[in-house]
Write a protein that binds this ligand. Sequence first.
Ligand SMILES: [Cu+2]
Length: 348
Amino acid sequence: MHPMNRRSLLKVTGLASALGLSWLGRRTAQAQGSGAYGTMEHAAHRSGPIGRTSLDAFNPSTFLRAWNFSDRSPAERGRYYRESARPDGSMLREYELVAVDREIEIAPGVFFPAWTYNGQVPGPTIRATEGDRIRVTFLNQGSHPHTIHFHGWHPPEMDGSLPEHQVMPGAKFVYEFDAEPFGLHLYHCHAVPLKRHIHKGLYGAFIIDPKTPRPPADELVMVMNGFDTNFDADNEVYAVNTVAHHFMHDPVKVDVGRLVRMYVVNVTEFDLINSIHLHGMFFDAYRTGTTLTPTETSDTLMLCQGERAIIETRFRYPGKFMFHAHQSEFAELGWMGLFEASGTHRDT
Ligand SMILES: [Cu+2]
């Protein structure tokens, strides 16, 4: 795509959406718009999603409800994830994560040269119970040195951050540590320059459940991310789970009355903060997921880079509810979606 700054992208989005055109048709849209300024005066006020992104390689809706490779076929899953019980009742969870360079589509016709774990951005969600043993075999098949730096307790040699921790292209390293504390964490590459390695796509969610599980719920993994498509250290596209405006096209289906639990991780680079705002309701928030009692009740939660929170709510009414970053610019550049609540649910 042609280099464009945030403003021009925003303008193009508004114009193109008013005319029902894809982003690829933006030049035509601008040409037509300029000749009829009177009627187009408010066209840019009609923001909304336009065009579709191919979901063949990565589907944000699938990512939403997948962990420990549960979205893969049994045969493929067995290659990347194995679990076995240990004598003390905890589990040994073994993963294979592979760094690979891959071009990904982040908005209709907008491709980003990503660095990925296992070909996807965010990387696969890793989920364990407090006290489990985690063993991650990391293969670097990318073109640059990479690591995996996990948040959580671990010995220094497992930190994936120092010069001697770098895993060179073609090399392998095995990370092993106990899963603690319970909470919502993340993992990411810690090679230098750090901001480049993170924003290129090397990150994922790392959930550690408490030994006494949280109440049953419809659980959703939401990773707030951004993409600097013209390499000016500023994001042009924002999203939850990578694809701009995806959940405007494919609303997150939820049941009225059922507990919904969202694991919200902020890995947006270049911007100091990001946020999530839900329309028409309030939610309980558990910052970093390290408590079982809410740390706040709100309709908007602000997260710094690397911060995360578990948020819980129940939809009272059927229908569509918007959710988005409360930084309006982020929302209009892709970080906006819909819930669609229906039916009724009773806890059993
Ligand atoms: Cu890296």
